[in-house]
Design a binder for this molecule. Sequence first.
Ligand code: CA
Length: 228
Amino acid sequence: MNTILIIEDEESVRELLRIYLEKEGFAVEMAADGEEGLAKIRRTSPDLIILDIMLPQKDGFEVCREVRQKSATPIIMLTARGEELDRVLGLELGADDYIPKPFSPREVVARVKAVLRRTSFSPPETRKVIKGTNFQINYPARKVEINQEEINLTPKEFELLWFLVNHPYQVFTRDQLLEQIWEYDFGGDTRTVDTHIKRLREKLSRSSLSSEIKTVWGYGYKFDPNQP
Ligand code: CA
């Protein structure tokens, strides 16, 4: 069962969403402000977070930023202000979707399901081989084949590719990728990420993978498969 955490200070909105989500079979956790929200994220590891922007103590942007430093848990942001700026800022901070208030609870449920579908892939340890139309990535063998021909990747290039392919549609900053692939203590330079992406694209140029690794200007990179 998927757990949804609702971080929203308005009790009526929180309750309305809880009722609709529970009716759809989700387990629901709730928090009334940003600090409580972050504590609940640590305690309950939700599968998705519904995050209001205007919150007491820590606002939704701050919460989103803190979550993204550590995890890729899907986030849907809510806002009453409905300003374009909020939407852009939310998405830049790594939110997966955005719903302006007032909304219908049914729409929120539909978006929750859509985001979960988009982001729910088994973790790498359970997925051993990923096959595409003209490629195959074999994790245990650390092997990539394009049109049945093996491509030589360095261990870091392989890890980077595997990580991106296992988190489709999610945008990662260079710092996040450094942390994921090169570990926290690397202390490296974000240009390392750019160099590896460039080499990956070159080495994968005969498959769709090359163009599916997208640059998100001003933010970082994402894997955007042509066919989900
Ligand atoms: Ca609010």
